[in-house]
Design a protein around this ligand. Structure first.
Ligand SMILES: [Ca+2]
Ligand SMILES: [Ca+2]
Ligand SMILES: [Ca+2]
Ligand SMILES: [Ca+2]
Length: 259
């Protein structure tokens, strides 16, 4: 009886202790909680044939992908639909993700001809990519990349040395004007947070259906000012400090690769 009683007591203790401990969050819950609430969820279809990166969206796979709007004003005053409007789609192959962006911008400007100087104050398409949807700080590390695509198709981000670096070798980029629209196609290699600046040993990740990454796009709109006039993104930015995507990957939406 003594052993029976002590077993019961330890069983009760176990129950009390386990009830007091919070349940371990699943990996999916942990990643959701590392992001701001209300993130968008994008499902990118697989392209059997890679789109040609030429600024002409005539590949059939683009018809299968849905548009996502760039409509959240992070910086600057109210603007009109002629001043800026933009949207994008994503598809993928095992080697790369492909982005199609379609934008109206009344004046295109690239006044800083040095690609590493004030690149965010020229018209530029920002593509924020977090390989494992971890969220978290990515300012001076490669937990996520923030490719600032200039009008001359260069991809600039801050390196681990805290200085602007060209990552143009990660991104194939071409845009063309069709009527009043800029049609921009990009093919992007995806790297993990183990990426080492300047190394020739970095290998892009092989992509497969079911993979979830963090993604967000934004347009820096300058129409002739010293500094950019507007910064408009695809994700809502709760709170007062809206220009934080270049530091905080918790603002990114999720990108799910589907077949
Ligand atoms: Ca094309
Ligand atoms: Ca504009
Ligand atoms: Ca990450
Ligand atoms: Ca502009």
């Amino acid at each position: 009886m003594a052993s029976r009683n002590s077993f019961s007591l330890s069983a009760i203790l176990c129950l009390v202790i386990s009830a007091a401990l919070p349940l371990a969050p699943s990996a999916a819950e942990a990643k959701r909680s590392s992001h701001d609430p209300g993130r968008s969820e994008y499902r990118a279809p697989q392209a059997k044939q890679a789109p040609k990166v030429d600024g002409v969206a005539d590949e059939a796979i683009w018809q299968r992908a849905r548009w996502q709007e760039m409509k959240h004003r992070w910086l600057g005053p109210e603007y009109s639909a002629d001043d800026f409007r933009g949207r994008f789609k994503v598809v993928w192959t095992p080697e790369k993700i492909y982005v199609l962006a379609e934008m109206v911008d009344d004046i295109l400007i690239d006044s800083h001809r040095d690609p590493l100087v004030q690149y965010w104050d020229d018209d530029c398409l920002e593509i924020f990519l977090d390989e494992d949807f971890s969220g978290g700080n990515h300012q001076y590390n490669h937990n996520a990349f923030a490719y600032h695509m200039s009008l001359d198709n260069q991809a600039i981000d801050i390196g681990t040395d805290k200085l602007p670096q060209s990552y143009s070798h990660h991104v194939q980029s071409r845009w063309r004007q069709h009527g009043n629209k800029v049609v921009w196609e990009l093919a992007i290699d995806v790297y993990t947070d183990a990426y080492v600046d300047g190394s020739d040993k970095n290998v892009p990740v092989k992509l497969s259906a079911g993979k979830v990454m963090g993604l967000m796009l934004a347009w820096c709109d300058n129409d002739g000012s010293e500094l950019r006039e507007n910064f408009i993104g695809s994700e809502s930015a709760p709170g007062d400090h809206k220009d934080r995507g270049w530091i905080d990957a918790g603002l990114f939406g999720s990108l799910l690769l589907v077949e």
